[in-house]
Ligand binder design. Sequence first.
Ligand SMILES: [Zn+2]
Length: 828
Amino acid sequence: MSKLNYSEIEKKWQEYWKENGVNTTSNDFENGKPKFYILDMFPYPSGEGLHVGHPKGYIATDVYSRMKKMQGFNVLHPMGWDAFGLPAEQFAIKNKINPNIATEKNVKRYKEQIEMLGLNYDWNREINTTDPKYYKWTQWMFKQMYKAGLAHESFEPINWCPSCKTGLANEDLDGNACERCGTQVEKKPLRQWVIKITDYADRLLEDLDKLNWEPHIKELQKNWIGKSEGSEIDFEIVDAEKNNLKENKLRIFTTRADTLFGCTFMAISYSLAKEWIENGWQASEEIQNFISEIEKEEKARTADFDMTKLEKKGIDTEIKAINPANGAEVPIYIANYILSDYGTGAIMAVPAHDERDYEFAKKYNLEIIEVIKSKEENTEELYIGEGVEINSGEFDGMNSEEARIKITEKVGGKIVSKYKLKDWVFARQRYWGEPFPIVFDENKKSYVVADKGLPVVLPNVENYEPTDTGESPLANIHDWVEVYGFINEEGEFESLDKSDERAKKFFRETNTMPQWAGSSWYYLRYIDPKNDEIFVNKDLEKKWSPVDFYVGGAEHATRHLIYARFWHKFLFDKGFVNYDEPFSKLQTVGLIMAEDGKKMSKRYGNVVNPDDVVKEFGADAMRTYEMFMGPFDKSVSWNTNSMAGVSRFLERVYSLTSKIDFSEEAKDDREVERVINETIKKVGEDIEDFKFNTAIAQLMICLNTFEDEVKKDKLISRKTFESFIKIISPFAVHISEEIWQNIFDYKTSIHLADWPSYDEAKMKKDEIEMSIQISGKFRGTFSIKPDSGDEEVLEVVKSTKVYKKYIGDNLEPKKIIVVKNRLINIVV
Ligand SMILES: [Zn+2]
């Protein structure tokens, strides 16, 4: 057996591909090839480099894109770096190295590892979100949002991670904890930038229907957007003025306006009560103590706290409201189950038809009025389902669904949609991010920087450690923060020399953008990465977009994938891009776990390093093994023995090259012909469906067939073996090139060759197995030519031992049923 020198041939062919532009994608569509844009979620280059699990998705898109290219598509398969953000900054702080330098180093290491695997990215299109030439456009897009009224300053309390020392969006949380470090977040009032992503909530929801995404990812987005239809209803407060309340009504949102007649009290959050006190309400000491108590309890609760287990607590404000349905006066309670950040801070409580209200009413002896009667027999005092109205005046007898709308109308309420999706908290009080293209005048009024002032470049600083004050480290760099200039006719800031008489002093925004900014549009930049005029030429974008196939981690379902869809729709609305959705098809990747079944982590010491694997088994074996491990979207554990098995398989492929019949008249046996045609078909179809494991299994079956021939001292024809090498080439990229150019003596790359076609007629077996049933009972099998007619089948069956044994000459068949190519049933 001829042993392959992996590192030698890998290096040789990787250099050859580079020199000959084998992986270069052309924007020239004149050749009439259809386009195919396949995209990986670009990595965050951390300091630790890749472990074997990281490139699984990249290998898959590589295999897929190679097949597509061979099938005649113009394929775009780019790669870049999502390099801003907290981890890079924390790595830099910990290792006392500037984030710029750390990022550069990490990118270099990632790129080496990716190239080591022979992945076919077109590096001419490489992008990096931290490159000023790139983030110039991120800033420019933010500016468009600002001008469209979609981005604005806000002073609302936001999630604050005391450990990372930055504000966070809801998408950055895991329950109530910081997704990065696990620390419980606090609410902190902080000046920040907010993007009104909620303006797009309906479209983000409805347009999911257009997408060929895995259903569970769509479901996650749907729930994250969380649309609910309900009614907004105002309750008048009795003697509001006398109680020194600023407002004389309480607005509530309910999805069950049909139960309004059953509202016997109202409940408000402690935060609304505090607001009342700030505005002049003279609450008793007892009430004030109660407010502090439940505030403290709410803040101490951890993210995994089960709210259904909360013991209900409340206190009567002694203030009353009027139920607008029946004019009844109802007490207003401060209650601990109305959370501080809940909608309007107030609810109408209907104890007969809501579990929490029921529990509360029982505890405080509040009235319970039943207003919905179940259509089935129901003896419980609490009923939360739909039904028919009772005790509801003119609405008695009406269906609850209909009553919701009618009762809302009657009390002057409004049917509205509410969303769980919140506006996007877009500012971070950290160093390592895109600066905002914003300056303030002395009165703190904001202006966008004129285009010629872009990019606003992130300055180098001595100290990029975060502060506790909620100010970014940039705030201390006075040279950078203070700028001189004027506001031009468009209302945008243009800088001037300090000495210019028109120059006034302005101050730069010192927050930076979240990591999600640069990744919200990067896929567009690959199309036209060097354009200085615009982020992407619109004609070129029309040709390449949308992304046909997007592959990455499911953890991005409610983060990156929502932001990018929103961002894209905004660019579409402004006329910068041609389509309103960025990613047509989405496929998520299953993790590769460590050999011990745990997640690979430095902490467990179970990380498998791809450098070691490639050194021992070769890059092709690692690629092929990762695709063979199991279904692509499932988690699988690494197994070194199986890895070695795949390596042996590839060695067997190579050693078979000494058994090729190169003569013109070479012809294969029927069985070899049948298997190669079947394999071409199956491998093509399986790669198309991302079923790489079964594709490789079929390649193994095919190799076994070849080896069986060789054992019979026969050779394999050149034509057949070429087809086999072509269809294995997306997996074993180097070995196949070696065979193609060195053994078959071709002068161009196998990866530019045509994908082989198959002949369905040749895939038929000479004989197939059919089963015999006698009166419905399985009795045995027999061999016969495929597609034989009923007469022929019966003819063959009559000569079998089974027939002779069970029927013979004694019995007369009453009925004969033949299921073509499968079975014959003889009823006697
Ligand atoms: Zn944190």
